[in-house]
Design a protein around this ligand. Sequence first.
Ligand SMILES: CC(C)(COP(=O)(O)OP(=O)(O)OC[C@H]1O[C@@H](n2cnc3c(N)ncnc32)[C@H](O)[C@@H]1OP(=O)(O)O)[C@@H](O)C(=O)NCCC(=O)NCCS
Length: 211
Amino acid sequence: MYIRPAATATDDGLRYLQIFDSQLGWLCSIGSSPQWGSSPRSNKEELQVEYRNKVKSSEQCWNEPWNRESVRAYIAEIEIKQVELPHRLLELAIESTNNRVRVPVAGMVLQGQSSEYVRDIIAENDDNDAFIYLSYITSDRRMAPFGKGAGARLISHAKDEALRLGFRRLCLDCWRGNDNKLIRYYEKQGFRAIGDFEVNNWQGTVLEMRL
Ligand SMILES: CC(C)(COP(=O)(O)OP(=O)(O)OC[C@H]1O[C@@H](n2cnc3c(N)ncnc32)[C@H](O)[C@@H]1OP(=O)(O)O)[C@@H](O)C(=O)NCCC(=O)NCCS
């Protein structure tokens, strides 16, 4: 498994939404339907524009100094022999050469400021205790079990990137329903909850990791 910058050439903006949709059935099956509901997002034009713009911004500022407006979008991919990939998943492959295929298994977006809906808990950023905000992390459920561990790999990459950019703090938010299962996942990765919030009856928690 390796991690590459998301790219407009491979329409990774749309891919983020498709990856997101791939999780909806599974989330419902484990009793977490309120996390993201059941309506697909990849067919919503407004979201397509938003996510394609994230990838465009990421490409444009990739080599620029990091600031509060910065966005960096990543895709985790595997490269395997084509015969090892079930036929129904071939449409997810981006490239095939010498009987090998590259297939995305997860995505992540880092940004220079917290999401607006968590600002009661954490400011846009804090010059005295600056952080990088992990605003999207999701694996492609269609690619399970190939992508098992891709989320943890991306978090580890986010830690490395944050340290390389001079940050000692990584933050994110997540849904806190269904017996805090997702929070427990992030705690296992090294995050700790710093505050709960509620927006439109959606209950979430902000977590941070000190690096
Ligand atoms: C969170 C995620 C990126 C982690 O990827 P990963 O490091 O490859 O880890 P796995 O997918 O193997 O999941 C690890 C464990 O967390 C659990 N888990 C993951 N997402 C969960 C969720 N949304 N709700 C409840 N449990 C969840 C898994 O069931 C698994 O439990 P297990 O160890 O008992 O089998 C991935 O599981 C995912 O995309 N989950 C669904 C979407 C999501 O919630 N994204 C995070 C948004 S803040």
